[in-house]
Design a protein around this ligand. Structure first.
Ligand code: ADP
Length: 655
């Protein structure tokens, strides 16, 4: 270690101490110079000692017999001084006692004069080997210490980056993250000042969002992005390290009173949001590539956080809006989470179900709802009998139509609509139906009766007979119209179906029997091809009405001797019924409208009796059962009506 100062010179230094010039010259010329040693000489012991002390050579080759100070004395002094310099002693033949003493003093080798080049060279080699190894070890040690230091620095940097990364992921608070990054940047680079600047909303100026060691004046500074280095950094989205040997940079640094400056842009999703600025005002060091590299991920953190913070505030805004919307909606809305606890309810729901918002949230729904039927609806199992729609009557007497939706990963949402008014209207309608059917139909029946009697009380001429028939037909039409109107009204007012197991095959057979007289009158061929079908959960009366309409239309709109066919089959869990005739058919332009109210094809207006309401009723009934109806028809050839009904389970989930 004492030789550290020598390591700068790669040549090894040998001090030759001998009072005989010939020996000194011999050593230099034949042994030391050829091997590239740096040589200094001393011509007696005293001079040798002084030079050894001053020059601290790598090796001393010393004679013993010398004036002023012998070789042994010189070595003794060196030892005393604590100088650990390897040495080779040259003595005359027969001085073995001196040799022993010399070895005691740490001499590496002992050589007897006269010696040859080879002997001396190998003695030097041996003496220096240890020193050389020592040097190598020192060198390796130094390298190790350097690498360790570097490693420690890297670890520190990584720790800091990790710490900042943790702050970013743990916090959505922009201020926390930004402040940590600014402090971290100063810590990692030793910069004099650091500021984090963000673009304003117009993206025309940068303002300081966080800073360290910045004076208040600079802190309130705003930098325009047009024609500035800062703006350029944002535009190219690459760091800008000001180099004083570039005249433009040097001028700028000087104008700012700075020695060094580094801008690193903050980018998120390819959009520049601002920059990190590091400056050295007193510190003369420029910022290195390495510092720039290490700062980049930190700046990326800021980009991520800024982006997240913006997304978060946007989401918060949307959430508040949605919350306001839900809470101010007049219809009750509530959300039950997957654990069966009430997660959210709006004011309307709180009033309707008599649940105070604050004390009900997060409580099990089973402990909140007392009404058994409501609770049963809310907590029903998600199986094939699941009912999404139900009528709920709450304590204050209001009736709601509650619709429940299962939302995967969230729970079940319930949306309730107040149908108390509709219920009342429905009640009124039922009463009206009763009145109409009784009070309006009775006079009509009596008109028909009296018209019938006309023929009995006396002869009627041909013209009178024609009038009587017309009266009968029209009164019949009015009666049908009244019935259809009432039915349609009932269906459209949201009348619920009376669901019960229904054997569709039997029902269709029954209807066919009822129509037998009409078929016979027109001598038509009636084919019934409906095998036993799966039992449906349906409103039998309504389906009776629908299929009667379809079958009677097929008969009505087909000429004599035509063919009418009722066919049924089950396919992929659905029941399909077709009613086919070889009748007059429906023109393509009429096909789109025949299910509309009061629509009748032009050609049938006069020739066939009807109100144009039948198919509207059929469509309503089928759709109430979650089914579908459509027609295929060719003018002059016939029509086929298709009815598809879903299996029992789906019908149960009526709309
Ligand atoms: P209505 O039979 O009382 O006129 P619908 O609503 O039952 O009323 O039928 C609407 C129209 O559709 C009918 O007027 C007729 O033009 C046409 N239509 C219905 N069924 C058939 C059919 N099987 N063949 C031809 N046309 C039909």
């Amino acid at each position: 270690m004492t030789q550290d100062s020598k390591t700068s010179s790669s040549r090894e230094h040998v001090l030759v101490v001998d009072d005989t010039k010939r020996i000194r010259d011999f050593l230099i010329e034949y042994v030391l110079s050829p091997q590239g040693f740096h040589v200094t000489v001393a011509s007696d012991g005293q001079e040798g000692l002084e030079k050894a002390r001053a020059e601290k050579p790598d090796l001393i080759i010393v004679d013993n017999q010398m004036p002023r100070l012998t070789g042994l004395e010189l070595l003794q002094q060196i030892n005393k001084d604590g100088l650990n310099i390897p040495s080779i002693m040259m003595t005359a033949h027969g001085s073995e006692a001196i040799a022993v003493e010399a070895f005691r003093l740490g001499v590496r080798d002992y050589i007897v004069k006269p010696f040859n080049v080879e002997n001396m060279a190998s003695a030097i080699e041996r003496a220096l080997r240890e020193k050389r190894l020592e040097k190598e070890r020192d060198h390796l040690n130094k390298q190790l210490v350097d690498s360790n230091l570097q490693l420690q620095r890297r670890v520190q940097e990584l720790n800091m980056l990790y710490g900042i990364g943790k702050t970013v992921s743990a916090s959505l608070k922009l201020d926390d993250v930004i402040q940590r990054v600014v402090e971290g940047a100063i810590h990692l680079t030793g910069a004099d000042e650091c500021s984090l600047m963000l673009l304003d909303d117009n993206r025309t100026e940068l303002y300081v969002r966080a800073a360290k060691n910045l004076d208040t004046k600079t802190q309130s500074l705003r930098i325009k992005v047009t024609n500035t280095f800062a703006g350029e950094t944002l535009r190219v989205q690459k760091p800008l390290n000001f180099t004083p040997n570039q005249p433009k940079h040097a001028k700028f640094l000087q104008s700012q009173g700075l020695q060094a400056l580094l801008y690193i842009p903050i980018v998120a999703h390819t959009k520049a949001l601002g920059l990190l600025s590091l400056a050295n005002r007193k510190n003369p060091n420029p910022f290195s590539e390495r510092e720039q590299r290490i700062l980049s991920p930190m700046v990326d953190f800021v980009g991520i956080t800024l982006h997240n913070a913006r997304l978060f505030s946007q989401m918060e805004y949307e959430r508040h809006r949605l919350q306001a919307l839900i809470s101010q909606t007049n219809d009750p809305i509530l959300l039950i989470n997957e654990k069966g606890r009430l997660e959210m309810l709006n004011t309307a729901a709180s009033i309707a179900l008599n649940l105070p918002v604050s004390s009900s949230i997060n409580q099990p729904i089973t402990q909140l709802i007392e009404d058994e039927s409501i609770l049963k609806f809310f907590t029903q199992l998600e199986d094939e009998n699941f009912v999404s729609n139900n009528e709920i009557t709450v304590d204050d007497g209001r009736v709601f139509n509650a619709n429940m939706t299962l939302v995967r990963g969230v729970g079940r949402s319930v949306f309730m609509r107040d149908i108390s008014n509709m219920k009342e209207v429905d009640q009124l309608k039922t009463e009206l139906v009763h009145i109409v059917s009784h009070d309006l139909r009775s006079p009509l029946t009596s008109i028909l009766g009296y018209v019938e009697l006309l023929r009995r009380v006396g002869d009627v001429n041909e013209q009178q007979e024609e009038f009587i028939k017309r009266i009968q037909i029209n009164v019949q039409n009015i009666t049908t119209l009244i019935t259809d109107l009432l039915d349609l009204g009932r269906l459209e007012s949201g009348m619920t179906l009376n669901l019960a197991p229904c054997d569709l095959t039997q029902l269709l057979h029954e209807i066919s029997e009822e129509q037998h007289a009409s078929v016979a009158l027109k001598e038509q061929t009636f084919i019934f091809d409906v095998p036993p079908l799966p039992v449906l959960n349906a409103d039998r009366n309504r389906l009776h009405q629908a299929f009667s309409n379809l079958i009677s239309n097929a008969i009505k709109y087909s000429p004599e001797k035509a063919k009418v066919e009722v066919k049924g089959y089950a396919q992929e869990g659905q029941i399909i019924i077709t009613i086919t005739d070889t009748g007059i058919g429906i023109a393509p332009e009429d096909q789109a409208h025949i299910f509309d109210k009061f629509y009748r094809a032009d050609r049938v207006q006069g020739s066939h009796q009807g109100t144009g309401l039948g198919l509207s009723i059929v469509k309503s009934v089928i759709e109430k059962h979650n089914g579908r109806i459509w027609v295929q028809s060719e003018l002059g050839k016939g029509s086929r009506f298709f009815v598809v009904l879903p299996p029992t389970t789906d019908v149960a989930k009526q709309k």
